[in-house]
Design a protein around this ligand. Structure first.
Ligand SMILES: [Zn+2]
Length: 351
């Protein structure tokens, strides 16, 4: 039965080949648009949801857990209050930094011929456009300049086109629905610091709520509405802290590895594949951007003491660590006519 159905479907496809493919591509096209719209809408919903969770935990901490834990000790109350405030302010600062900092985009380049730095006549244009749209300029092994036909720009190495925001992102790591933004060159440090402080916050809130649950259990006070609220608040906070803490810990370990090896999330998968292919062909693949864990760490956080790069501050974005586009590939015809030249993102400033 199933075989006959598939056979008939195949015959139908062959008979109406053009129409069937047209329908399939149309469905795929509109599904793609629907998915992008859904992801764009999901961003604000997830941000509101995350802040509601924060608010819930802050409320439980301030009005249930902290008074119970401190008792009559005012000093203890203020010490915990200040520590909780320190963690919360760092979490929110880095979260907002990640949301509102543009991740970084390459300069648009409206004329693909600029990629080649050529002056061509009209007759050659189609040929050169075709070449420009399909070529890759490899400066070093695995260090490529490419052309993005969507953004009409030159994609420097480590740049990828994000289909959700529809733009090329420098040092693209991933699109984060919790941020409603791409994580890239300009907001990667905020993202990693957000993970670190969120994990510390989860550990702290887990310890506090566990301590309060222990206190309530030991006291064995008679049942009351206040006690019920307190127990519920402690258990709810513990549950949220545990589930968030485990998820954040996995992400934090992964991104610590990426920072120490100078890879983005996308590059991790690309390099994994490259490494596998190299092994099959009998040579060792080396990530061209990996300069050793210490330099890789400095690249993201800056050359300063740990307590400086952990504090709340607006600093320069992660520097470029690839060679600049060679001069001969930059526009000569536009320069000579006095128009704006290709403003490449930055030359090599690797540390
Ligand atoms: Zn693009």
């Amino acid at each position: 039965m199933l075989y006959r159905l598939l056979f008939n479907l195949r015959n139908l496809c062959c008979a109406y080949d053009g129409w069937v493919w047209h329908i399939i591509f149309s469905i795929r096209y509109y599904c793609g648009i629907g998915f992008k719209a859904f992801m764009r809408l999901l961003g604000p919903v997830m941000i509101i949801g995350a802040n509601l969770l924060f608010f819930n935990i802050i409320y439980n901490y301030m009005f249930h857990l902290l008074p119970k834990m401190s008792g009559d000790n005012v000093m203890l109350y203020f010490t915990h209050f200040l520590f909780g405030f320190f963690l919360l302010s760092n979490i929110e600062f880095n979260y907002m930094g990640c949301i509102f900092t543009p991740p970084g985009h390459p300069e648009p380049c409206l004329d693909p011929r600029r990629y080649l730095g050529l002056k061509i006549n009209h007759r050659q244009r189609n040929l050169v456009d075709h070449y420009a749209f399909n070529t890759t300029l490899e400066l070093e092994p695995a260090v490529n300049y490419r052309w993005c036909k969507h953004c009409k720009c030159i994609k420097p190495p480590r740049t990828h086109h994000d289909s959700i925001t529809g733009r090329c992102i420098l040092h693209m790591d991933h699109y984060c629905p919790w941020m409603g933004n791409c994580v890239g060159k300009n907001n990667y440090r905020y993202f990693v610091l957000f993970l670190i402080y969120l994990f510390l916050g989860c550990v702290y809130i887990l310890m506090v709520s566990y301590y309060v649950v222990q206190l309530v259990t030991i006291e064995r006070a008679p049942n009351s509405v206040a006690l019920m609220y307190l127990t519920n608040a402690a258990v709810l906070t513990f549950t949220i802290g545990l589930s968030a803490g485990i998820s954040v810990l996995i992400l934090l370990v992964f991104h610590t590895f990426l920072v120490l090896t100078n890879q983005t999330t996308l590059e991790f998968y690309i390099n994994w594949e490259e490494r596998r292919e190299a092994k099959e062909q009998g040579y060792v693949f080396k990530n061209p951007f990996d300069k050793g864990w210490r330099k890789n760490l400095i690249r993201v956080f800056g050359d300063c003491a740990w307590y400086h790069y952990m504090n709340m501050s607006v600093r320069d974005s992660v520097p470029c660590d690839y060679p600049a586009l060679p001069q001969e590939y930059q526009s000569r015809d536009l320069e000579s006519s006095g128009r704006r030249t290709l403003n490449h993102t930055a030359p090599s400033t690797s540390q």
